[in-house]
Design a protein around this ligand. Structure first.
Ligand code: FCB
Length: 480
C-alpha cells in the first residue's frame, strides 16, 4: 500500500522572511560620510580574511536597494531582516549623527513598506565604529553607553515605521570570536576581554531595549538574536562529559539568556571563570538594565556540537567547534574538547543535524514558557555552480532548508511558540573571515557583474511562502 506523503502546513500568521547584514551586503564603505568599522580594518589586515576579501563592494546593495526590494516582493516575503551600519549613521560611534546614513535606511524602510514587507531591524550586526574599538572596544564599558545613545537615536528616527527591533546579532560571536579566538574583528585574543565583552554587550542590549520600550511603549516588539549552542555530551552517561556540555551551555547560552531574561549571571559560569576574573566589571544596577525581558527571542541555528571532558595533562585537539583552532574562544574551558561531528556537512564544514533545531526550540519553550521564538537565521553554504542553462541548481540547499523547516514544525507540534523563519541569506554576501568564498544566498551574486540570479532554492522558498505548505520531509533531496 502506498501512502501519500503528508504536507506540513504553517499557520497563516507565520512570518516568512529573509535576512542579511549591513557589512555583508552594502559595499559603499566610504560613501556619504560612512566612517570605518572594525571589519574594514580587520579585512584590510593581511591574513585576516581569505584572499584579503573585504566588504568594500560586497553585493553593492547600497546602490541597488530598489532592485533588491523588488526581488523580495517577487519572492513574496512577509518581512526582511537587515541591520543598520552604526558607522554609516554615527561615523565615529559617538557625537554627531550622519543625516545621509539615516536617510539611506529611511528610504529602504519606505521601499519595504511600500512593497508590503515588514522591516525587522537589527541595530548591531558586528560593524563597530573603529574609533570605539580604538578606545577599548566591547571590553570597555563606555562602548555599551555609546551604543545606548546610538540605539535611542535610531529608534526615535524610525519608530513611526519600524516596530520590531533587535538590539544585537549573536553577541556570542562579537565577544568570543572578536576578543577570544580573534577569528573575527577586531581579532584580539584575551579570555578576560571576551568575558568583559559579554557583559558590555548584555548591557548594550539593555540600554537599547530601554530606548525601544520608552519610545514605542506597547507598540514595541523587542528582540535579541542569539546563536544558541546545542552542545551534546559525547558520552551522555559520563558525568565528566555532561559537565563539559554544561560548561559550554553556560558560556554560550546562559551567559546571555540569564542576564536578559532572569537578571543574573549563572553561578557556574562565574565559578568556571573565577581564575580569570572576579566579574567586578558587572556594576551595581547593571543586571536591572540587562533584564529587559523580550517580546520575541531571535534564534539563529546552523549546526550542533559534541564535547567531552579531557583530563589534565592529556592533549586535546584545538578545534573550537567553529572550525577555528583556538582554545580561547571559550574562556576557562581549556579542558573541554570539541569533537568532529558526523556528516553530512555544508561547505563551511558544519554538520547538518536538524534534530538540533527541534531540541533547541523545545528546550527553550520549556525553560521559558510563554516566550515567543523567531528563527532569525538558518541556511547553508554549498559550492554552487551556474549550469549551462544559466540556472543554479542547489538541491543541497533546498534539502537543508526543507529538513530544518520540518524540524521547526516538529518543535511547534511539541508546543514551541515559533512565530516565523528568516532564511540566511537573501543573497550571497561577504561571509566574514571566509570572504566571498562561501555562498549562503538563495539568490546568487555574480561578483563580476553584480547580477542577481535566483537559485532553485529561491523558487522553492517562494512556493513555500505562497502556500505555507511544506511537502513531506521524505521528499526532500538526499544530502551528500
Ligand atoms: C551567522 C551570522 C551571519 C552569517 C551566518 C552564516 O553567525 O550572524 O552574519 O555569517 O552566520
Amino acid at each position: 500500500m502506498t501512502t501519500t506523503p503528508s504536507v506540513r502546513t504553517f499557520p497563516a500568521s507565520f512570518v516568512w522572511g529573509a535576512a542579511t547584514a549591513s557589512y555583508q551586503i552594502e559595499g559603499a564603505v566610504t560613501e556619504d560620510g560612512r566612517g570605518p568599522s572594525i571589519w574594514d580594518t580587520f579585512s584590510a589586515t593581511p591574513g585576516r580574511t581569505l584572499d584579503g576579501h573585504s566588504g568594500e563592494v560586497a553585493a553593492d546593495h547600497y546602490h541597488r536597494t530598489a532592485e533588491d526590494v523588488a526581488m523580495m516582493k517577487d519572492l513574496g516575503l512577509d518581512a526582511y531582516r537587515f541591520s543598520l551600519a552604526w558607522p554609516r549613521i554615527q561615523p565615529t560611534g559617538s557625537g554627531a549623527f550622519n543625516p545621509a546614513g539615516l536617510d539611506f535606511y529611511s528610504r529602504l524602510i519606505d521601499d519595504l513598506l511600500e512593497a508590503g514587507i515588514d522591516p525587522v531591524v537589527t541595530m548591531y550586526h558586528w560593524d563597530l565604529p573603529q574609533p570605539l574599538e580604538d578606545a577599548g572596544g566591547w571590553p570597555a564599558r563606555d562602548t555599551a553607553l555609546r551604543f545606548g545613545d546610538y540605539a535611542r537615536r535610531v529608534v526615535e528616527t524610525y519608530a513611526d515605521r519600524v516596530k520590531v527591533w533587535t538590539t544585537l546579532n549573536e553577541p556570542w560571536c562579537s565577544s568570543y570570536l572578536g576578543y577570544g579566538s580573534g577569528v573575527h574583528a577586531p581579532g584580539r585574543t584575551s579570555e578576560v576581554d571576551a568575558l568583559r565583552a559579554v557583559h558590555h554587550l548584555n548591557l548594550a542590549h539593555g540600554l537599547g531595549g530601554r530606548a525601544v520600550r520608552e519610545v514605542l511603549g506597547d507598540a514595541a516588539t523587542l528582540s535579541l538574536t542569539l546563536n544558541l549552542h546545542v552542545a551534546r555530551a559525547d558520552d551522555p552517561t559520563s558525568a565528566e562529559d555532561r559537565d563539559a556540555a554544561r560548561q559550554i551551555d553556560a558560556l554560550a547560552n546562559r551567559a546571555f539568556l540569564n542576564p536578559v531574561l532572569d537578571g543574573y549571571y549563572p553561578a557556574d559560569l562565574l565559578e568556571d571563570t573565577a581564575h580569570l576574573t572576579d566579574w567586578s566589571f558587572v556594576q551595581d544596577g547593571d543586571l536591572d538594565v540587562t533584564r529587559t525581558g523580550l517580546d520575541v527571542l531571535g534564534v539563529n541555528f546552523y549546526s550542533t556540537q559534541r564535547v567531552r571532558r579531557v583530563p589534565p595533562g592529556v592533549e586535546k585537539s584545538m578545534n573550537d567547534g567553529h572550525g577555528a583552532s583556538s582554545a580561547t574562544a571559550w574562556p576557562g574551558a581549556d579542558r573541554v574538547e570539541f569533537l568532529p561531528q558526523p556528516g553530512p556537512y555544508t561547505a563551511m564544514g558544519w554538520n547538518i543535524d536538524p534534530t538540533g533545531m527541534t531540541e533547541l526550540l523545545v528546550g527553550l519553550s520549556r525553560t521559558y514558557p510563554g516566550l515567543p521564538l523567531m528563527i532569525t537565521e538558518n541556511g547553508a553554504a554549498f559550492e554552487d555552480v551556474v549550469s549551462e542553462d544559466g540556472r543554479v541548481h542547489d538541491p543541497d540547499r533546498v534539502s537543508y532548508l526543507h529538513r530544518h523547516l520540518d524540524a521547526v514544525g516538529e518543535a511547534m507540534d511539541a508546543g514551541a511558540d515559533v512565530r516565523g523563519y528568516f532564511v540566511w541569506s537573501l543573497m550571497d554576501n561577504f561571509e566574514w573571515a571566509y570572504g566571498y568564498h562561501r555562498r549562503f544566498g538563495i539568490v546568487r551574486i555574480d561578483y563580476d557583474t553584480l547580477e542577481r540570479i535566483w537559485k532553485d532554492s529561491a523558487y522553492w522558498y517562494r512556493e513555500l511562502v505562497r502556500t505555507d505548505a511544506l511537502p513531506a520531509v521524505e521528499s526532500a533531496p538526499d544530502l551528500a
